[in-house]
Structure formats: C-alpha cells, structure tokens
Design a protein around this ligand. Structure first.
Ligand code: ATP
Length: 275
C-alpha cells in the first residue's frame, strides 16, 4: 500500500481500521505519530497514524467553535483540541508532537492563520495546513470527479481533474438543516432531533421527512457540476452517513454516486496522511 495515498479498494478498509481504533486504540509503540486535526462546524475530529501511516487512535467531540468554516470560539477550539490530544496521549502512553490541519477551500487567506494558532496553542508542532477536499482525496485518490462534503453547516463541492482540485463551491445547507426539519416535524427540541438523526436505526424512518432537503442539496450539487463533465460523485462529511442519501443524490443529479464506509472520517484521516 502506498503510504501517502490509498486507492478506492482499500480506502474503506482504512476508515474501518480508524473506526476500530476510536473504540480500542492500538498501543504498540511507533517511532513517530502523525495527527490530523479537523475543526468542523459540528464536530472536532482528531485522527492519529503511526510511522507506517496506519490509524492507531482517534477521538471526536461535537462542538460549536466553528461557523461557516471560520473559527468563532478561539479559546473553546484550543480547549477541545487540547482535551482530545490529552485523551489520546493517555491511551497511547505517548506525546503527540506533529499535527496537520485543514481549512475549507477558499477560506485560506482569512482563516488559515487562526487554525494554525489553534493547533499550535493546543501543543502541536504544525507540519501542514491543506484544504479539505485535497485532504479527503488523500484517502479517496480520485483522478476525475467531484468530492461532495456534506457537513454540519454547509455542502462543499470540489471538482477534481487529473487528481487536482480545479473548482470549489460551498453552500449553506447541511446536517443542521436536517435536524431543524426533524425538530419541526416531531415537535422536539433541536438537540433531541440532532441525537435521533445520528442513530443509524432511525434513518429509515427519517429519510422521507428529509427528502426535500436532500433534493435541495442535490440541486445545489447539479448547479455546480452541470457543464463541468463530472461523471462521479464521492460523498464525505458527517451528514453523508445518513442511510439512503446517496441514492437520492444519484437519482436527482444523474451522476454515479459513491459513499465510503464512514464518510465522516475521510477528511480527518486525509489530514493525518498529509502530516
Ligand atoms: P462543516 O463541514 O459544515 O464545517 P463539520 O465538518 O463539523 O461541518 P462533519 O463533522 O463532517 O461536519 O458532520 C457533522 C454533521 O454530520 C452534523 O450535522 C451531524 O448531525 C451529522 N452526522 C454525524 N453523524 C451522523 C449520522 N450517523 N447520521 C446522520 N448525520 C450524522
């Protein structure tokens, strides 16, 4: 297996390994560890790889420290990254030194400095800051197609040609809107709807209620992919975990749509691979 990039066939295995180590970290010693830090609107995820770029640990926390791709709670973000770092260090009985981070495409000038400061203030030596679709593609290894990142606040569309990101767009519809729709539909508080939505066993029940929002996301995708010769879509981001979302998107956009095993962990793992 290439150390720096994986192919379609083994990217699912890679994500599966990561899911396992979140539950039960691998404690065999490594000469060096590489940490990926993903500061999202809904979630902060940390993934750790060993010297062979195999996942050995990971942790995540739902948090409200980023909005529209920008860090809005600087101190809160540092605190969470520090806590997650410490949690993994205790499990691995080692210090995590090197860290890489990602920023949404297009926010480079405005926010990469803040993200850098968060990672460094949390105690990492920062080795790299890259854009999210490039990070995701370190795991997916797509040459031509679109990476669609359906996160908490937004849906990001990145088109790749010959392995390079050539077009980006980010629009304000994501998992938060799903939870708002469920909250209205069931008459529950937002937080309750949010927790219910994340349970796989509830997906069959909620998919019909969420279909109009998924169709809106599909029309956003089409607006950016039409006339750009996109023949495949790869879904990443936590909201893509919703069972059946890929079928509705494929039907509405008319573009073959792939979903990795756990789309939420693709970008964080790609960040760690770039460390
Ligand atoms: P953004 O990309 O907008 O900055 P983010 O990076 O924090 O947000 P992710 O961590 O990719 O977003 O995804 C978070 C979203 O995914 C939340 O809205 C959350 O409710 C949703 N989500 C997480 N797990 C599931 C699941 N199993 N089923 C459905 N939705 C889920």
């Amino acid at each position: 297996m290439s150390q720096k990039s994986l192919n379609h066939h083994n990217s699912d295995l890679f994500v599966k390994e990561f899911e396992k180590v979140i539950e039960k970290p691998k404690t065999e010693k490594s000469k060096v560890y590489y940490t990926g830090i993903d500061l999202g609107t809904a979630c902060v995820v940390i993934s750790v790889l060993n010297e062979y770029h195999q996942p050995v640990a990971g942790a995540y926390k739902y948090a409200d420290v980023v909005r529209d791709g920008m860090v809005v709670d600087y101190i809160g973000a540092i605190k969470i990254v520090r806590e997650l770092k410490q949690e993994i260090e205790e499990k691995l009985k080692t210090e995590l030194i090197y860290g890489a981070a990602a920023i949404p495409p297009g926010t480079d000038v405005l926010d990469s400095g803040v993200v850098r400061n968060v990672v460094e203030a949390a105690g990492f030596v920062l080795t790299n800051v890259l854009d999210e679709p490039t990070a995701a593609n370190k795991v997916l290894n797509i040459q031509n197609g679109a990476v669609v990142d359906i996160g908490g606040g937004t849906t990001g569309i990145s088109i790749l040609k010959d392995g390079e990101v050539v077009y980006i767009a980010d629009e304000a519809t994501g998992g938060t809107h799903f939870s708002l729709v469920l909250s209205g539909s069931y008459g529950w508080p937002f937080e309750e709807a949010e927790v219910f939505k994340r349970e796989k066993k509830n997906h069959k029940e909620i998919l019909p209620i969420l279909k109009p929002v998924i169709e809106k996301i599909s029309s956003i995708i089409s607006r950016h992919t039409d006339h750009r010769d996109v023949r495949e879509i790869h879904l990443v981001g936590g909201t893509s975990c919703l069972t059946g979302i890929e079928k509705i998107i494929e039907k509405r956009t008319g573009i073959t749509t792939y979903k990795p095993r756990n789309p939420m962990f693709v970008t964080p793992l790609g960040i760690a691979l770039s460390c």
